[in-house]
Design a protein around this ligand. Structure first.
Ligand SMILES: Nc1ncnc2c1ncn2[C@@H]1O[C@H](COP(=O)(O)OP(=O)(O)O)[C@@H](O)[C@H]1O
Ligand SMILES: CC(C)(COP(=O)(O)O)[C@@H](O)C(=O)NCCC(=O)O
Length: 178
């Protein structure tokens, strides 16, 4: 895989290995995105020539929850109930939880749209990380809406339990001493 980072050494090895892990399970005939809902959320894109184009880093779900709780006078650390997210939340906890889901999903969808527009193909989305469950239903609904709108049909998100370990295994198997 080619790395388009201006300084490749700056890229987190977890992100690089995660992308290699995804490539072990998917033939690269279309763009791929790997979204990792960890401490930070990362959104990385590989084009259909096995080139890592670049990606996003922003605070993860838990970091958003705790930073609102710690950085404001009156906001609680709101739980993420995993229900439908209302368009007009009418209470503090719902406003925070829905705001976090909207922030996470909105950033990912912006990237999804950029990839679709720049490359003319609908990216396949892989997700990993401990905090993914709260975001997945909303993300799937948004991808389906955008994708159908752009004439690509629905695209199921693929969950990956351990892409970093899959990538590490692939590197170990291809090393000269393996
Ligand atoms: N079962 C879970 N339910 C909800 N959130 C979880 C769960 N497990 C982990 N998390 C959250 O996921 C994040 C860590 O995810 P992880 O994939 O371990 O990331 P990292 O690679 O940063 O260690 C933390 O913010 C944590 O709060
Ligand atoms: C962005 C990360 C903090 C994500 O780590 P995570 O939250 O998954 O533990 C990590 O990949 C990192 O420190 N990266 C270095 C900077 C970069 O990738 O550009």
């Amino acid at each position: 895989m080619k790395n388009c980072y201006l300084n490749p050494a700056e890229l987190g090895p977890d992100r690089w290995l995660g992308m290699l892990g995804v490539l072990t399970r998917q033939p690269i005939d279309r763009p791929l995105m790997l979204v990792s809902f960890g401490t930070a959320t990362t959104v990385d894109t590989i084009d259909d020539h096995e080139t890592f184009l670049g990606g996003l880093i922003f605070p993860g779900v838990s970091m958003m929850q705790t930073s609102l709780g710690a950085g404001t006078a009156r906001l609680p650390i709101a739980p993420m109930p995993g229900q439908m997210w209302p368009p007009f939340p009418q209470g503090t906890q719902a406003a925070i939880a829905t705001g976090i889901v909207a922030a996470q999903t909105g950033a990912i969808m912006r990237q999804w749209q950029q990839v679709a527009e720049h490359l003319g193909q609908a990216p396949l989305v892989f997700v990993t990380g401990g905090a993914r469950a709260a975001i997945l239903p909303e993300l799937q609904a948004r991808i389906d809406a955008f994708s159908v709108d752009m004439g690509f049909g629905t695209i199921p998100i693929i969950e990956c339990e351990s892409p970093v370990l899959d990538g590490l295994r692939a590197v170990a198997q291809h090393s000269p001493d393996a």
